[in-house]
Design a protein around this ligand. Structure first.
Ligand code: ADP
Length: 322
């Protein structure tokens, strides 16, 4: 049957809503009659024995906070066969029969390896980038989108006052979802994403000139981090158009802040689902949102799924943005 003692950890990049997921895991486990440990600083906590037994009150007053109260880390030691074995041995010594891993693709590879060493694991997608193929939604994404939108609205005020062009870099190394959605939400004149190549003259300079003909005097261009060279691009735009242009890199501001309602609710539902899976004896699964349904997939299958970029929405955004 299912696990009686489980553990929960947050790993890799932090995301707003991770606390809501931790809270859901702890409270669900206790409601199922399980014991639950919080593991500190990702997989590192399993390697150095840094865990604490959680009760109902351990997760009070965290649902509204960004970051992760269990802290997070990248663990090079765990990323070795010896590290995985050491973590599995520690779990066995403590009677831990299941681990909920809240993190991104890298953390799920770790969870798959820990399963291979005999410890059942369930992944819960937590990353602001929305870059996990098996799920329509990752915890933290909505908060990051709203933060980016609000920041760009502020940038727009000053851009407008000075008749400038602002090039704003948002997060997303391999995935343009934050750029695409904030680009639409702020009415960006152009949005550049890693998934779609762009032509500097056609997609930026010609569009700016055409917009200028219709009376436009200020411009917002949103660029995903993965496209790169934001400062250089900004200088090229100024040189090609004569319009004063400034670059802003939003950076880690997008990682923080109080999670939105959507992030809190999705995190709560996913955390509950993860515990239910362990309670029912499941292992090696990733929790996902498909449409509005919480579902789960085999971790290895999930890691092999191709990520699909919404090219149709990208085309719509280009039509709206001139
Ligand atoms: P994210 O989960 O946000 O994608 P990382 O890619 O940094 O973040 O992964 C977090 C941690 O997961 C790593 O520091 C490492 O301990 C573990 N990990 C990543 N990839 C593997 C792997 N292939 N095998 C075992 N553990 C891994």
């Amino acid at each position: 049957m299912g696990a009686k003692t489980i553990a929960v950890l947050t790993s890799g990049g932090d995301a707003p809503g991770m606390n809501a997921a931790v809270r859901a895991v702890v409270r669900s486990a206790i409601s199922f009659g399980m014991s639950v440990y919080g593991v500190m600083r990702g997989y590192n906590g399993l390697l150095n024995g840094d865990i604490k037994e959680m009760n109902m009150r351990s997760v009070s007053d965290i649902i509204q906070h960004g970051g992760t109260s269990l802290f997070t880390a990248r663990s090079p030691e765990f990323n070795t066969n010896e590290g995985v074995q050491k973590a599995a041995d520690f779990c066995r010594a403590k009677g831990i029969e299941g681990v909920v891993v809240i993190g991104g693709d890298g953390s799920f590879r770790g969870a798959r390896d820990l399963c291979g060493a005999g410890i059942p694991c369930i992944g819960v997608p937590g990353t602001i980038d929305n870059d996990i193929a098996c799920t329509d939604y990752t915890i933290g994404y909505d908060t990051a989108l709203n933060t980016a939108m609000e920041m760009i609205d502020r940038i727009r005020d000053t851009t407008e006052s000075h008749d400038r062009c602002s090039v704003v870099e948002v997060m997303g190394r391999r995935c343009g979802d934050i750029a695409l959605h904030t680009g639409i939400a702020v009415g960006a004149m152009a949005t550049l994403v890693p998934e779609v190549p762009y032509d500097f003259q056609r997609d930026i300079v010609d569009r700016m000139k055409a917009a200028q003909q219709t009376g436009k005097r200020h411009y917002i261009i949103v660029v995903a981090e993965g496209v790169g060279h934001t400062q250089e691009l900004t200088e090229r735009i100024q040189a090609a158009t004569g319009i004063e242009s400034r670059a802003t890199v939003l950076g880690h501001v997008q990682r923080g802040g109080s999670p939105t309602l959507r992030d809190r609710v999705v995190a709560s539902r996913m955390g509950y689902h993860a515990v239910e899976l362990l309670y029912n004896g499941a292992s090696n699964r990733v929790v996902a949102l498909k449409g509005e349904q919480v579902v789960d997939f085999d971790i290895t299958e999930a890691l092999n799924m191709p990520r699909i970029f919404d090219e149709n929405l990208y085309r719509v955004s280009a039509r709206l943005s001139i």
